[in-house]
Ligand binder design. Structure first.
Ligand code: GCB
Length: 743
């Protein structure tokens, strides 16, 4: 009997706190409360039930239920009998239900997203939506079948190795039950019968083909895919079949010149992506995945960091098809748990086994900003195990890590994985945008033989907020755009960067946040949470990265302007822009990417920017108005800002002329009492890096100047030294007694 696969998303009963409703999958119970913050969303156990008739079964035929993603843990019952449990909300998991089946059955799945200390993630800047939020399938498989019980994989592993014009493609299969022969055939690249070896009831098949004139998978320019089908024969009949796609390509990281794909310099122009959207949570449809991909491609990106966990198979498929180079990772994030090692190993095995054949993936990342609370021996050991695991399981890709900006560049943790990447937020949380440039210059000078990339950077903006004088921390669309302008300029003069990843392509839910009057979200997206609006910053990327010609007028949402002379800014990949004000020619400008015009305004004006490429002309227009009083909708009170790592801001006023927790490190160090206080704090913080404040941990050189400029409060937060609100107040009161040093 050939394999039969049916989606069983319809007609489920969902029970939350005693209340039952009929739903269809994909589903999350946090679609609303997970997006309104701060932290009030339901986290606990809910139940999903489905009635199932026993299917007609041939002798020996096996029935599996396949879950493509259930967050975070689940227990699966059939007719009241527990069959399996799974920890980890992002991978595929299958349960063999054959022996528990009766004529009429109830499949019951208990899903749990409550906090615990063994399943990652537990602390991170995104909502842990609970639910069966991806598809569920029923699989009927012959008694002999490609292994469905091994970490959710397909049982068919394909390893292409390219050498000049040709490629050797190795096939490995894992199957259970008797197998007479297994044949792998490809479309256009021949076929081969595998050599089989059976050990303890499991059959391992091995074989290879040579493609003499290989068509490479060449990124977005030519994402060519091959297809291979493995067929298992028993009793002279084909009884099980698995089809997988694969691609042939080479890549490497060069310390001086960055990333190379198939021998050609191919800087990775990347964005990060989370899997959720407004009103839907993580229960995305295929159309939604496709829309995300289209938006990313339309901006000209060629790489995606699929953060901070395993994404839907369908999205990796899209990446293969579109030629996107992918950074894949497990949710080992923010805070290391001594009790979580087993779960990191399991999630890494699942990630690799389930995604091995995706040509788009270039690396398996071990963790993200895991040193926030310091680097302990257990954390190091956990990383060594994961790093070795990656190398054992996949010799064709590299291991990676996204490091916290505070992690010293010579920490043994930094040099453990094959490639280096830092998450830097200079110009947003800390320091100035130029500090990014300095960081890389110093890194590159100090480690000229080490390839380095930027795994995260970004700035929040709420689309309604506008400013003629954008400043760090003001959450305006205008500052975000300026910040990204700077970053792109910076990349252009540092070709050694192997890749850069905007945090984030889309706004996403972060239940712990309450910022800029729009709680529950991280606003670093270049596109709004509902995918409906592209912020100005989107277009500066398009101007640098995309070959699709366009003109974009910035500030179209900044309608009411108080200044007499306003700046009109155009982002475009055309070489000349002509600006019209009230339909009269105002000025022409030649340039690249950014065109700035200064226009006197006195009433309502119509602004139009025009350009052309060959015979095609492009234009964008908007209306602005001179007003006397600033539009209050464009500003937000900074008091409303509460970051996910912030403590409440109550009772924190400083005394004029005295120190406070908002004083910078250099201000505090400049006073004798302040310096003593800091020294005392450091000695209590053994084992924490906390901005280099841990005992015996030197502040990295590149960081010292920046640290000196930081307010103490920020450093405590960023360094993972979270003080209770009362402690924070106490510390503030002590500082309030110390007069500032006079300069
Ligand atoms: C980070 C984290 C990411 C956060 C981001 C931010 O470094 O890796 O999960 O969302 O910063 O926006 O603060």
């Amino acid at each position: 009997m050939a394999r039969i696969v049916n989606k069983i998303n319809e007609h489920w009963e969902f029970e939350k706190q005693g209340k039952r409703t009929d739903i269809s999958l994909p589903h999350t119970w946090n679609a609303e409360d997970g997006q309104t913050g701060p932290e009030l969303y339901f986290r606990g156990v809910c139940t999903y039930r489905k009635k199932l008739k026993r299917p007609e079964l041939a002798p020996g035929q096996q029935v599996y239920i396949e879950f493509r993603g259930v967050n975070s843990s689940m227990a699966v019952y059939m007719n009241g009998k527990e069959l399996a449990r799974h920890d980890g909300g992002y991978s595929t998991f299958r349960v063999n239900v054959t022996d528990a089946l009766e004529e009429d059955n109830t499949l019951e799945v208990l899903v749990d997203n409550a906090p615990n200390d063994k399943v990652y993630p537990q602390r991170a800047d995104f909502t842990f939506y609970g639910g069966i939020y991806r598809d569920v399938y029923m699989i009927l498989a012959d008694q002999s079948h490609f292994d469905l019980d091994y970490y959710g994989g397909s049982g068919f592993k394909i390893t292409p190795e390219v050498n000049k014009e040709s490629a050797i493609v190795s096939f490995e299969t894992y199957s259970v039950g008797e197998a007479e022969k297994i044949v792998v055939s490809t479309v256009g690249a021949g076929e081969t019968e595998l050599v089989l070896e059976t050990v303890d009831g499991k059959t391992y098949g091995k074989g290879s083909i040579t493609i003499s004139n290989v068509h490479r998978w060449n990124g977005v320019d030519d994402p060519y895919l091959y297809e291979a089908t493995a067929v298992l024969y028993r009793g002279g009949k084909a009884v099980d079949t698995v089809t997988e796609r694969f691609g042939c390509r080479e890549f490497r990281f060069d310390a001086k010149e960055g990333f190379f794909l198939n021998g050609r310099h191919y800087p990775l122009h990347g964005v990060s992506r989370h899997q959720d959207r407004l009103g839907v949570g993580n229960a995305l449809t295929r159309e939604m995945h496709e829309e995300d991909m289209d938006l990313i491609l339309s901006m000209g990106a060629n790489s995606i960091r699929l953060a901070h966990y395993q994404h839907d198979q369908y999205f990796y498929d899209l990446c293969d098809e579109k030629g996107i180079v992918v950074w894949a990772e497990i949710p080992y994030i923010t805070v290391h748990m001594d009790t979580g090692r087993e779960n990191t190993i399991q999630q890494m095995k699942e990630l690799i086994i389930q995604n091995y054949n995706h040509v788009s993936i270039m690396c398996w990342a071990l963790s993200n900003e895991i040193s926030l609370q310091g680097v302990t021996e257990d954390l190091m050991e956990n990383h060594r195990i994961l790093n070795n695991l990656v190398h054992e399981m996949d010799r064709t890709r590299v291991s990676a890590m996204a490091n916290l900006f505070l992690l010293e560049t010579d920490s043994p943790l930094v040099s453990l994985p094959d490639i280096r990447g830092y998450n830097l937020y200079y110009g947003w949380y800390v320091g100035d945008m130029e500090d990014n440039d300095e960081f890389f210059d110093e890194f590159h000078q100090k480690y000229p033989d080490t390839a380095i990339g930027l795994t995260e950077y970004g700035a929040d903006s709420v689309i309604a907020l506008q400013s003629p004088k954008p400043e760090k921390g003001d959450y305006t669309e205008s500052y975000q755009a300026l910040y990204h302008e700077h970053m792109l300029e910076m990349f252009a003069t540092r070709p050694y960067l192997w890749g850069t990843y905007v945090w984030n392509m889309f706004e996403f839910a972060a239940a712990g946040r309450d910022e800029a009057g729009d709680p529950g979200k991280n606003h670093k997206g270049l596109v709004t949470f509902d995918r409906k609006k592209k912020k100005d910053a989107f277009y500066i990327y398009k101007a640098w990265w995309s070959t699709e010609k366009f003109i974009h007028l910035c500030g179209s949402r900044y309608h009411d302007r108080v200044e007499d002379m306003t700046e009109i800014k155009v982002y475009s990949n055309l070489e000349k822009i002509v600006l019209y004000v009230d339909d009269k020619l105002f000025a022409e400008q030649e340039g690249q990417h950014v065109f700035r015009f200064h226009v006197p305004i006195h009433s309502v004006h119509r602004i139009k920017a025009v350009g052309s490429s060959g015979d095609t002309s492009f234009e964008d227009s908007m209306e602005i108005a001179k007003v006397d009083v600033p539009n209050p909708l464009y500003f937000m009170s900074l008091d409303k800002v509460r970051n996910w790592f912030d403590a409440p801001r109550d009772n924190e006023e400083g005394r004029e002329g005295y120190l406070s927790i908002n004083s910078t490190m250099s201000e505090i160090q400049a006073t004798k009492q302040g310096a003593e206080l800091l020294a005392g704090m450091m000695s209590q913080m053994t084992g924490k890096t906390a901005g280099g404040m841990g005992e015996g941990v030197a502040i990295p050189e590149a960081m010292q100047k920046i640290v000196a400029r930081q307010p103490l409060r920020k450093l405590l937060q960023q360094g993972g030294m979270e003080l209770e609100p009362e402690k924070l107040q106490q510390l503030n009161q002590i500082l309030n007694q110390i007069p500032k040093a006079t300069v």
